[in-house]
Structure formats: C-alpha cells, structure tokens
Design a protein. Sequence first.
Length: 381
Amino acid sequence: MSLTFHWFLPTNGDSRHVVGGGHGTPATVSGRDRPPTVAYLSQIARAAEDLGFVGALTPTGAWCEDAWLTTAMVSQNTERLKFLVAFRPGFVSPTLAAQMASTFQRQSGGRLLLNVVTGGESHEQRAYGGFLDKDARYRRTGEFLQIVRDLWEGKTVDLSGEFLQVEDARLARVPDPVPEVYFGGSSPVAGEVAAKHVDVYLTWGEPPAQVAEKIAWVRALAAKEGRSVRFGIRLHVITRDTSEQAWAEADRLLAGFDPETVKSVQAGLARSESEGQQRMLALHGGGNRDGLAIHPNLWAGIGLVRGGAGTALVGSHDEVAERIKEYQAIGIEEFVLSGYPHLEEAYWFGEGVLPRLAAQGLWRHPFAERPAPAAQVPFAS
C-alpha cells in the first residue's frame, strides 16, 4: 500500500519566513511577501502535482482567501491534483454545500476532497453570524454531514433536527465520484462525529505516542458504528541533504520571530476553545523557545506564531523518511504537509524524501506513468 501525501496552498500568503496567524488571530505581515495570487498558488499546485502529491489543502477562516473560490480557479491550471477544500458547515446550507461539491466534481474531473472544519473559536464564529457554543457546533456538523451524504447518494431528504431542517431536498445530479470527507477534532463530541460520518480523521502533528492514543480512540468509536476510518496527520516539513542544514533553517525561522508577535499570537491562541489547539500550545509551553524539539526530528517552533498545525518534521531526508515510517507504523496513511516558502519546500520534500520512501516500497507516484525522481545525493566535500 502506498502512503498518500498532500501539500498546502497558502491562501493567507507565503514567505521565506513563517506566516503566522489563524485560529482567530490575523495573518502576520510576512504573508504579504508573496501574496496568494492565483498565478502563484497555481505554481505551487503544479509543482505538487509533478512531484507526486495527491492533493493540496486550502485553509478556511478570516485570515485567508476563500477556499472554494480559490481552488476552483487554481484547478483550471492543473490536470490531476486534487483539492482538499476546508469549509465550515455552519455558514452554508447542507443542500447548497452538497450541490457545490457535486458541481466542483464535474467541472474539475472528480478532484474535490472536503475538509470539514467545525471551528473552535466562538468570537470568529460570531463575526460570521454563528452563535452556537462549541459542542453544539459539532452536533450541527453531524446533522449537516448526514444530510449531505444522503443527498450524494441520490436520496430525497427530509430532516428536522436540533439545528437543521430540510424538506424534499434532492440533487438533480449527484457527484461522481463522491468526495471523501476529512475531519479533525479532539473533543469527545468531535470523536462521535468522526466515527459516524468521515472517511479520514486528521490530527495535528503531536508526538507519535499521543497520535497513537487518538487513533485508538477514534478507531474504537468507529467500530461501534460498524465503520472503519483512515487516519492522516498535518505537519510542516524542513528537510535538507543533511541534518545540520535542516536545523540551521529551523534556527533561521526561529530567529525571525519577533517577541511581540509571539506574545500577541500566544495570547490570542490561549483563548481558543479548540482542544486540539490547546494540545498544540502545551507542546511548547505557550511561547517557550526552549525545548522546542519535542521528539526526534519533531519541532514545535512553528506553533509560536501560527495557530493550528504548529509542528514540523526537521532533519535530513533520511531522518524525515524515518519519522514518516514511525507515524505509518501506528496507523497514519495520509500526510498533509507544508513548508516555508511552499514552492521551494515542495521540491525539497518531493525530490529528497519521496524517492527514499519509494525505494523502500512505501510510496509510488500517483500518476504511474511518471517515474519518481531519483534521490538527491549530497555532493562530496
């Protein structure tokens, strides 16, 4: 079985420095270095496609461009790359969302994946007109996915739920193929939604032991529902020919973190209601620059200025490949990766790590007629 790798489209802007923000905090000024134009995002998408990434995740929130519109435009400049579109189920009706997904599938040639983001920040939700508390938002997500999945199966749906009500809802044309649903959440109610409705459960990049606990938790819940779920992980990557080069790049990024920006971002993230975000903050102690290496080749420095995914795999290509194998051994099948800047880092990973995994039979290029690039060997000095 081949591992699946996805890349990331920085619709909040890109830079040679970390673009911070997210989870209710605004994007940092570094996001203006490379604005998220369709032309630049298409460059990243085409690189990811050529290198062998299956899809590209786009974020959602007030800090970035709209994921639906952006990916619809970028998809016209690519051929086979899929788009893992993040969206919040409380901001659009389930029938309309099912129709939008169906249209996207037809117009893109079946290249839509959906990342359902319930949202852990009540203050940001209120800006969009949503006033439910977090647990209620997850229960609404469950109702939303029930309606959407029934519509995708061609059913006529009548539902009067706790939050959502539809009558005689039906799609004129169902999507083919049906988009796979990705979802993350660390609270008990999030686990219930995942067990009942999703195809892939995503976790942020915690150390393997913690990730293994999450996998066992969701797997047991899904088994009670008579279902099975695949598992993926969201990480940044800094991979180079040597370990010293990779850690020097991590140190360069860290040196660019303005103390006041770190303080401001951490204060904003501390208010987050997201259990996953609080787990990320705990990895670096809420702003502590010491002890950021929390597991071999796993660095928590990104989380000092960025909400959401806050850890990176850092090391030589061989070391990063070993860490990927470590996560695979506990049940991770899909990796959603990113790096600053996203264009260059896609090549570092695609030309450095993927060939090593291919040589070990753990990965094959998803477009079989395109051979995997040869592993890059450091020049002798």
